[in-house]
Ligand binder design. Structure first.
Ligand SMILES: C[S@@+](CC[C@H](N)C(=O)[O-])C[C@H]1O[C@@H](n2cnc3c(N)ncnc32)[C@H](O)[C@@H]1O
Length: 226
């Protein structure tokens, strides 16, 4: 692992937004799922929630360009279960839908802990989601098509959230807990260092108070030469 790659990984983790997430309700086309995960990663989302009513979709590496290794997907078997998990984290849950009572997406304060729910490609969002939502949110449409592709709708709203959070300084300070950083580096879906440690028979070092790896030079030399 080169020092540049390690610095890049740290920069990525420093800008993760653990209190901004997507909830995908039965979005089942693999290319849409992959595009959604890629955008989520680009905006700094650390987690995405997915509700599956029937078969589970798959995030393929091609369109996702490897982003799927950096965004943790939490699977739920019902909308109620997903809302319970999001509400436990004190999130406002915004349901995107073209309803007459929906709020323009730029009128929302995304600096609050926020989950944005998107519906299935054909059927849209469920009645349960609409009933449980804190707000319905809409992206105005003035053309012939009635709706946007789900991944385009998500990118539009996520980049408004990114704009607001950047202006509020929320990308300037690391926001991931040390425990979560450790999970990503050593135990998570992309345990970058774990593999090298196992191969080289090295111990997993602890993280310091700033969430940086607290290892001696011998450990780093072994990692660099891996
Ligand atoms: C292709 S649309 C589904 C259209 C579906 N026929 C319907 O009646 O909702 C897939 C999802 O993208 C999101 N979406 C698409 N266009 C949107 C818009 N203009 N405003 C808000 N959400 C939108 C919603 O989450 C929607 O459920």
């Amino acid at each position: 692992m080169s020092p540049e790659r390690y610095a890049r990984i740290n920069a990525l983790l420093d800008q993760r937004q653990p209190d901004l997430t997507l909830c995908l309700e039965s979005v089942h086309k693999n290319h849409n799922l992959s595009a959604l995960i890629r955008t989520a990663d680009a905006v700094g989302l650390h987690d995405v929630h997915a509700v599956w009513f029937d078969r589970r979709g798959k995030v393929k590496g091609g369109t996702a360009m490897g982003s799927q290794q950096w965004v943790k997907v939490h699977h739920h078997s019902s909308t109620e279960e997903a809302f319970a998990a999001l509400k436990q984290q004190n999130m406002q849950v915004l349901v995107t839908h073209l309803s007459p009572s929906a709020v323009h997406f730029r009128e929302i304060d995304y600096t609050k802990p926020t989950a944005i729910l998107f519906g299935q490609e054909k059927k849209g969002v469920s009645e349960q989601a609409l009933a449980l939502a804190d707000k319905h949110v809409v992206i105005p449409m003035v053309g012939m098509a009635e709706s946007l592709n789900v991944s385009v709708a998500a990118a539009t709203i996520l980049y408004e959230a990114q704009r607001q959070r950047e202006a509020a300084g929320m990308y300037a300070q690391p926001r991931l807990s040390a425990a979560e950083r450790h999970r990503v580096l050593f135990e998570g879906g992309h345990p970058i260092f774990a593999k090298i440690c196992r191969r080289k028979n090295l111990p997993y070092p602890p993280l310091d108070a700033q969430g940086q790896i607290a290892a001696d030079e011998t450990w780093w030399q072994a990692i660099r030469s891996a």
